[in-house]
Design a protein around this ligand. Structure first.
Ligand code: SF4
Ligand SMILES: [Mn+2]
Length: 293
């Protein structure tokens, strides 16, 4: 067992230990078209220029059906353009893209790993320079998982740098049409619902929404006060993972999260759940045509 923990490991283990193990064993994943477009847009943004990312973009988009590939490609380029435009407007320095940050926790003997899309320095609220950690998302709504993820990145960034100031966290959503009131409303609704949802686990969070043309930033802050509690939480997950390896027990836990699981194709628990769900649908009383005619 490799003692390293990323946010994806942590989240996957909580969602479903079987999914966690499949990730660790690097079993073949199946990615849907939407995820592939997200990966391709990330590759374009991270590359120093468009040509450098070409082969990676082609590789990601190979899962998109051929007749839809051209449209997917255009969409990916539009998303990357929004990301570039938003980055041009940022007032940051020492920007590092796709950098791996890591911290060795002596107490547990585990490494904490994080790979945010961007780490930089920016001006904080009181005219002080602060660390900024940014992650790009190709959707148009804030999700609870993204907030937990950015907090985890904030934790690792603080620990790695031995930094005791606040960290500015940014979820950069690339699909918010500023001129479309419905899109703006969807975004604000998602922020409100996440705020209510995370209150119990993370406390009250102030989210600031900054609209740009084509996208939006949801900004919040990691406070150094969170480091000790967050670290103890991470250590408790590490202990559970160690126990799971000792017992060789990684049970499948089905739920809504299965839909986004890249291993569902080979998962018996998922197939069973899908079969039960479809049986439930077929036994629902359905009026026959002659009765409604
Ligand atoms: S499909 Fe669901 S139950 Fe199966 S491995 Fe993935 S998350 Fe776990
Ligand atoms: Mn991202």
């Amino acid at each position: 067992m490799k003692k390293s923990l990323s946010f994806s490991d942590l989240w996957a283990f909580k969602e479903c230990p079987q999914q966690f193990l499949a990730r660790k064993q690097r079993r073949a994943r199946s990615v849907n078209a939407y995820q592939a477009m997200g990966d391709a847009a990330h590759a374009l943004y991270a590359a120093p220029d468009r040509e450098a990312a070409e082969s990676e973009v082609v590789k990601h988009l190979a899962v998109v059906p051929e007749q839809e590939r051209k449209a997917a490609r255009q969409r990916v380029e539009a998303l990357a353009q929004v990301a570039d435009d938003m980055a041009d407007d940022d007032e940051v320095k020492d920007r590092e893209k796709e950098t791996t940050i890591r911290f060795f926790d002596e107490k547990s003997g585990w490494w904490l790993f994080a790979k945010p899309d961007e780490v930089s320095l920016t001006m904080g609220r009181f005219g002080r320079e602060v660390v900024q950690v940014l992650d790009i998302k190709t959707g148009g709504r804030l999700k609870e998982k993204q907030v937990h993820q950015l907090y985890f990145f904030g934790l690792v960034a603080s620990l790695e740098r031995g930094y005791s100031g606040p960290v500015r966290l940014v979820v950069r959503l690339l699909a918010v049409d500023e001129k479309d009131p419905a899109a703006r409303q969807r975004l604000y609704r998602s922020v409100d619902s996440v705020r209510r949802y995370v209150r119990r686990s993370l406390g009250r969070i102030n989210f600031e929404v900054v609209l740009h043309s084509g996208g939006a930033d949801v900004v919040f802050w990691y406070s150094p006060k969170l480091t000790q509690p967050a670290l103890s939480q991470a250590r408790s997950v590490m202990r559970s993972i160690e126990a799971a390896y000792e017992k060789n027990s990684f049970p499948a836990k089905t739920g809504w999260h299965c839909e986004g699981c890249p291993f569902k194709g080979d998962c018996l628990a998922y197939q069973k759940r899908a079969a039960t769900a479809s049986r439930r649908l077929t036994v629902m009383p359905v009026r026959r045509n002659e009765e409604t005619a």
